[in-house]
Design a protein around this ligand. Sequence first.
Ligand SMILES: [Zn+2]
Ligand SMILES: [Zn+2]
Length: 187
Amino acid sequence: MKSIVLIPFGPVPPEVLDALEVGLWQEFGFGVRRGEALPDPAYAFDQHANQYSSAMMLKDLLRRVPSDAVRVLGVTERDLFIPMLSFVFGHAQVNGPAAVISLARLRQEFYRLPPNPPLFLRRVMKEAVHELGHTFGLVHCADTRCAMSLSNAIQHVDTKTEELCPSCTILFQDSVHQIRQHSGEEH
Ligand SMILES: [Zn+2]
Ligand SMILES: [Zn+2]
């Protein structure tokens, strides 16, 4: 069975990858493994925004999807943006093989608050489930507890959970069923 492959862009704390390995397996039921780390994505730096282009990083990831990957999740410390939005916590190709999340705005320190590592890791999980959810065809959900609810501020990230609501879970299972049929894994 194919795996979700984690690909760090530049240095990423090992505890983040450890938490994602366990949490994504629990949420999605796919094995999770670490891919080869990529160098810091200097090519995606935008001088005007003083941030990194998530679209360029996604493009890079799309060229590097390993054959055993059902999905790849890029993880970076770099602050990401897309044109017209001042920042994004992450970016995904809907129904595509790749997504990327940024750790930059998930730490309390970013908001000049004392560090809170457990809160940070919960936020990382929520954003990872959200972006991977898009790659499985899920769209934004009106249930504010659902991981697929839209977050454009850290308060929204803290309101939602790292779990999919019942209706998003059904859509996710349909999507997995189709993926397995296409890859000949369904019996
Ligand atoms: Zn989204
Ligand atoms: Zn939902």
